[in-house]
Design a protein around this ligand. Structure first.
Ligand code: FAD
Length: 498
């Protein structure tokens, strides 16, 4: 049977999925109906958790070298600083926001794929498909109009917000389109605007946000009242300048616009990300407010979650039931990200003067508390996302080991089974589970489980409890932790997977 995964859509999510599948030895084909990658900056931020996952793939550095680091974010209210958060609080190897235009992110992903022998097939459109329970049969149209019938074991719908696959499955895209119209501008800005921080201005007439893209280039977005029935023409540079003058820090001058547009905010999600042999990921499954800049990041993290599961099932190392956990885990994350981004947007858009005053007061007092600052950073960086309620996360009676089942497994220096020095992320690169023993001798891994997991140990690690074994999933989350005198729950967990 054809074991291939067909990835429909070569945006950031489709290409991340194809790359992760390929690096885990899976058979993958990736198609896109467009003739070329986007040349638009669209999603600008790669957050630390996504960088960690790219590190597990072995390519975080490629992105870091192509972007610029932002060290914090500040919220100004009528000229005065209300909140200032520093990303150095992020408990990660990457304590910064990587500012990199989506066009660059896509270029790098396509390059990495090509280096791994996978070409994105452009001008190949998925028209329709059937899923007979054994395989997916897809109808594809090529640039010259010719049709192809392609068979695959699985179809990954990474075909964006207007997903053909979602429409073909007739899946409701539940949620709302917000009333307000927004202006977007990629421009050069001269003046006193930090180019290593995100600046957000809450003003009585509306919100204005400036995100650095590199040198003196910035993305400016601002709400401009209720959206008209018909999409307005792109804003002019003069209109953007007027918004900067009224709402931004004083003395800014915008020039050399690269991209001017209007957009509206959609907050929508499908209920289930899996339908038989079809998986939805990225914007095909969820779209959010750009507040928090988490749309693309969350989509790329869908891809990391799905890739190792599909790779294990394709290799016959896990029962297909494992794939059910994809929707359970990622749909719960989607709900959380949608809620957080929606809340941030609504708070920024408050118009009632009394509520605005209360908001500003709360932000300037609570926003200074270290615990609140930490929460804001954990949330923005997506380091707080976890799978505690997943069927794959097993909490054992009588143990309350930290980090808990479902939590992110922080990277740590380790000693591999052959005695060599390594790191957790480097070991995960092979697509296997890691049995991590902290302050105890590693348990033996039976020959039957050796293709699925490898052992590693450390005498002590700041983020882990001594005297315990942990089972780390290939995507860097913890399946379970157990006492050092009994590793059998880990062996049982792995055996159940088979
Ligand atoms: C104006 C704008 C500004 C944005 N700003 C931000 C931001 O600041 N931060 C943020 O996180 N996000 C932002 N986003 C959202 C971000 O761009 C998306 O979350 C991200 O692109 C999602 O990636 P994706 O791969 O799921 O989908 P897409 O990037 O939409 O890619 C889908 C791909 O599928 C292809 N395709 C579609 N149908 C088919 C088919 N039938 N057959 C084959 N191929 C098909 C398309 O050609 C496309 O290449 C912005 C989006 C827009 C439009």
């Amino acid at each position: 049977m054809n074991q291939q995964v067909l990835v429909a859509g070569a945006g950031p999510v489709g290409m991340t999925l194809a790359l992760a599948l390929r690096r885990q030895g899976a058979l993958v084909r990736i198609i896109d109906k467009a003739g070329a990658r986007t040349d638009k900056s669209k999603a600008l931020v790669i957050w630390p958790r996504t960088l960690e996952l790219l590190d597990i793939l072995g390519c975080a550095q490629v992105f870091i070298e192509a972007g610029v680091r932002a060290s914090g974010a500040r919220i100004l209210g009528e000229g005065r600083e209300l909140v200032h958060v520093h990303f150095s609080r992020a408990r990660s190897t990457y304590p910064f926001a990587l500012m990199i235009p989506q066009s660059e992110t896509e270029r790098l992903l396509e390059q990495l794929l090509a280096a791994d022998g996978v070409q994105v097939e452009r001008q190949v459109e998925l028209l329709s498909f059937t899923d007979d329970g054994q395989r997916v049969t897809a109808q594809l149209r090529h640039a010259d109009g010719s049709l192809e019938t392609a068979a695959a074991a699985w179809l990954a719908a990474c075909d964006g917000a207007h997903s053909t696959v979602r429409h073909a499955l007739n899946l409701p895209f539940e949620g709302d389109t917000l009333e307000s119209d927004w202006v977007l501008a990629d421009v050069q800005i001269d003046g006193e605007l930090p180019n290593d921080e995100l600046t957000i201005c809450w003003m009585p007439e509306g919100v204005l946000a400036c995100f650095p893209i590199g040198e003196r280039r910035f993305r400016v977005i601002a709400d401009v009242g209720p959206a008209p029935e018909v999409t307005p023409p792109p804003p002019t540079l003069a209109q953007v300048q007027a918004l900067l003058d009224r709402r931004g820090p004083q003395g800014l001058r915008a020039h050399d616009a690269v991209w001017l547009n209007h957009f509206r905010i959609n907050e929508r999600k499908v209920r289930d990300y899996r339908h038989g042999r079809v998986f939805l990921a990225g914007d095909a499954a969820h779209v959010h407010s750009p507040a928090g800049g988490q749309g693309m990041n969350t989509g790329m993290q869908d891809a990391f979650n799905l890739a190792w599961k599909l790779a294990l099932v394709q290799r016959g190392q896990a029962a297909p039931g494992l794939l059910d956990s994809y929707s359970i885990e990622r749909s719960a994350t989607g709900i959380q990200v949608l809620r957080n981004a929606g809340n941030m947007t609504r708070v920024a858009l408050l118009h009632n003067p009394l509520l605005r005053e209360l908001r500003d007061l709360a932000a300037s007092t609570l926003g200074r508390l270290p615990a609140i600052q930490q929460r804001m950073v954990d949330q923005l960086t997506e380091l707080d996302l976890h799978y505690a309620h997943s069927p794959l996360s097993m909490s054992l009676h009588g143990t309350s080991v930290q980090p808990a089942a479902g939590a992110r497994a922080p990277d740590v220096a380790l000693c591999a089974a052959d005695g060599s020095a390594t790191r957790l992320h480097a070991l995960l690169r092979g697509g296997k589970f890691v049995v991590l023993s902290v302050g105890v001798a590693p348990p033996g891994i039976t020959p039957a489980l050796k293709s699925l997991a490898c052992a590693a140990s450390t005498d002590a690690a700041e983020d882990y409890e001594g005297g315990h074994h942990y089972l780390v999933r290939p995507d860097g989350y913890l399946a379970l932790g157990t006492r050092g005198d009994d590793a059998s729950p880990i062996v049982d967990w792995l055996q159940r997977l088979l």
